[in-house]
Design a protein around this ligand. Structure first.
Ligand SMILES: NC(=O)c1ccc[n+]([C@@H]2O[C@H](COP(=O)([O-])OP(=O)(O)OC[C@H]3O[C@@H](n4cnc5c(N)ncnc54)[C@H](OP(=O)(O)O)[C@@H]3O)[C@@H](O)[C@H]2O)c1
Length: 332
């Protein structure tokens, strides 16, 4: 193993869209694990939309990344050296070691992979944070009944694809919104959604009306902005909205909603949520998702960038919708 480490640091805070110059890539000495610590060689880094928020110095649910610090991120990898009795060299582990090839952990945020027969990368997608997000937002907040209509935005992505497939398993009629014909074809033909609206086609409102003839009972919102505003008038009485993400607004001013009156008129229950507030639900969520995955009821797709140096461009691409499925960086 190389004696040096490679890290991506936050070099400056973006104003609006991030650029590659907001990051710096540095070679550093390989860290030495102390007593109680382990050294992990990361195999995959997960890229996620929340990382854009961590680049801002603004009040949020989590602390911003400091300038000059390693960018935060979930990782899967292998224990190389262990000074901690809970881990041994060769263990495959899920961690939060950030944008770097190797990292040291005291074990607190490190979990040994339960089932090594599944691809390691799945623990950053369906069996990781995005899968838990989909499960908690759908099952605990939206709680759809069989026959109801569930609409999910960013439908082909890491979270949205799991939301739609889970909702189908639970008997709902599922409509997705995605950018482009290929993504829409995928969610219908591969993932089994009932309908998909291509918001880039230029006919968003009539397409929403056509795809939701009996209105929407559960909206799993990943995008925000004009798409969210256009969906509000289609919500049924006593429907639910899980606000999971607002990705269309992460690099711009907030969108001024025009249809918020629908929340009152339709007595909509609307709840924002952050998956890390619900850690007690992760084991059940992952157990069910693992069963669906191994039985083939849930499928997933990945976009893989190669090498740590490709991470900044891949995060910028994710924010622009250039990913198709869970965005990862392969590090080995
Ligand atoms: N609340 C939580 O705890 C939590 C946890 C995880 C994720 N999230 C949120 O869930 C959402 C999805 O995350 P993910 O990891 O699954 O990402 P993802 O869907 O795999 O990738 C992001 C997708 O967002 C879509 N998008 C980007 N800009 C857009 C725009 N202006 N208008 C419409 N769609 C746009 C793109 O798909 P198209 O090509 O289809 O536009 C892009 O592929 C994000 O908002 C994220 O912040 C929240």
């Amino acid at each position: 193993m190389s004696e040096t480490n490679l890290q991506v640091l936050l070099a400056s805070r973006p104003q609006g869209w991030p650029t590659e110059s907001n990051f710096s890539i540095v070679e550093t000495p390989l860290p030495e694990p102390r007593a109680g610590e382990v050294l992990v060689r990361n195999h995959y880094l997960s890229l996620d939309p929340y990382m854009r928020w961590r680049m801002n110095d603004a009040k949020s649910y989590a602390t911003p990344v400091a300038l000059g610090e390693v960018m935060v991120g979930r990782t899967v990898g292998e224990v190389v050296t262990s000074n901690n009795s809970k881990f041994k060299p060769g263990d495959k582990v899920i961690g939060y070691l950030g944008w770097q090839l190797s990292g040291v952990s005291d074990g607190a945020n490190l979990q040994v992979v339960a089932d090594s027969k599944l691809p390691l990368s799945a623990y950053l997608g369906v069996l990781g944070m995005p899968g838990a997000t989909a499960w908690i937002g759908l099952m605990d907040i939206c709680a759809p009944k069989a026959g109801q209509t569930v609409l999910v935005t960013a439908a082909s992505g890491a979270v949205g694809s799991v939301v739609g497939q889970l909702a189908k398993i639970h008997g709902a009629r599922v409509v997705g919104i995605a950018g482009g014909r290929d993504k829409c074809r995928y969610v219908i033909e591969e993932l089994g959604f009932d309908a998909c609206i291509d918001y880039k086609a230029g006919t968003l409102r009539p397409d929403i009306n056509a795809a939701t003839p009996t209105g929407i009972d559960c909206l799993f919102e990943n995008v925000g902005g004009e798409i969210f505003d256009s969906l509000l008038p289609r919500m049924n009485a006593f429907s639910r909205i899980a606000i999971c993400g607002l990705i269309s607004e992460y690099n711009s001013e907030p969108y001024p909603l025009k249809n918020i009156g629908s929340v009152l008129i339709n007595r909509i229950k609307i709840q924002g949520f952050i998956v890390s507030d619900h850690m007690e639900r992760w084991p059940l969520a992952h157990q069910e998702l693992r069963e669906h995955l191994t039985s083939g009821r849930i499928k997933y797709r990945e976009s893989v960038a190669h090498g740590l140096r490709a991470a900044p461009a891949a995060l910028i691409g994710l924010l622009k919708g250039q990913n198709f499925g869970k965005q990862l960086v392969k590090l080995i």
